[in-house]
Design a protein around this ligand. Structure first.
Ligand code: ADE
Ligand code: ZN
Ligand code: ZN
Length: 303
């Protein structure tokens, strides 16, 4: 075996040994989407974010919501990383599909409302921003808006390039890792590929319910479309990596659009006068962001 083969084998081995937790995109996915978002921030948004995060970047804080998973005092936030859709439904419906304890969509709405309002102190606002960055990215991972019966693919055993894992991990991390790109280069490449038309189209869709429905449809059309024997290799990778790339780019653009609107100068709309398409109880029930974030109806995340 020649030297090159050794290097490839070792890289692949490393790729599978360093497994990441299954709560959202893996570390690289979050960093890539954050880096793309940072590129599109307005100076006002950059300033407001720097005041909340100090010298930390969006990429630095984007995995915090996963890091606190093991902290018992944040157990209430575990259901906020995903949503599941009723079997047979066309798309995500907030009233029907988001349980009282909250889901990724209600978490985005709640955190947006908190950052737009004036009621929260600096610590709460910083926490809401860190959650918001992470959840806007999670909702773009197709298997984070999918089926309850297999827990978003966590319960579907597959072999990915002959390594035993589950379908959810393939989408959080496996597909991205197997490009063998380092995340800063990956982000720069994706960012350069975004056309002005895509930028305009993606930032026009501002409702997190729409982002969730897009993810659900991609989960059904691509993620779950696996062979019966569960062997996922090159053909699955080639079919799905363009979807992963597009979802990471969309997550970045939409996160920037949302943060730019939240932190636009003078734009602090009164939540009470904001249109809300959702029952107030949807946002007030259960734990969700509520436990730390108070109980006022903050309206939706629409710009
Ligand atoms: N647990 C249950 N459903 C899930 C999903 N869609 N994604 C991640 N974790 C889950
Ligand atoms: Zn997550
Ligand atoms: Zn995940």
């Amino acid at each position: 075996m020649n030297m090159k083969m050794h290097v490839i084998q070792r890289t692949l081995l490393l790729c599978f040994l360093v497994a990441s937790p299954c709560f959202g995109w893996g570390r690289d996915g979050h960093k890539i989407a954050s880096s793309i978002a940072t590129h599109y921030l307005t100076p006002e948004a950059k300033g407001a974010i720097a005041r909340l995060l100090g010298n930390q970047s969006l990429a630095d804080v984007s995995t915090w919501a996963d890091e606190i998973k093991s902290d018992r005092s944040y157990r209430w936030a575990s259901p906020l990383h995903y949503a599941n859709v009723k079997p047979g439904a066309e798309g995500f419906d907030l009233e029907r599909d988001c349980p009282p304890q909250g889901c990724v969509v209600s978490a985005i709405i709640k955190c947006t409302g908190l950052l737009r309002g004036k009621g929260a102190g600096p610590a709460e606002r910083t926490e809401a921003l860190k959650f918001l960055v992470h959840f806007v990215q999670d909702v773009h991972q197709p298997l984070h808006v999918s089926r309850a019966r297999d827990r978003g693919g966590n319960d579907i055993k597959v072999e990915f390039f002959h390594d035993r894992t589950n379908l959810h991990w393939v989408w959080d991390s496996g597909l991205i890792r197997c490009t063998k790109k380092r995340w800063p280069a990956y982000a720069a490449e994706l960012q350069r590929s975004i056309t002005p038309e895509q930028l305009a189209e993606w930032s026009r869709a501002t409702a997190p319910v729409e982002w969730a429905t897009e993810s659900y449809k991609l989960a059904m059309s691509h993620a779950y479309a696996i062979p019966k024997d569960g062997q996922l290799g090159r053909p699955y990778f080639e079919r799905c990596i363009p979807i992963v790339d597009r979802r990471l780019a969309m997550a970045g653009v939409r996160l920037a659009t949302l943060l730019n609107a939240i932190f636009a100068e003078g734009a602090v709309p009164n939540p009470a006068t904001q249109p809300s398409r959702f029952r107030p109880s949807q946002l007030q029930g259960g734990d969700g962001c509520i436990r730390t974030f108070g109980t006022a109806n903050q309206g939706d995340a629409d710009l």
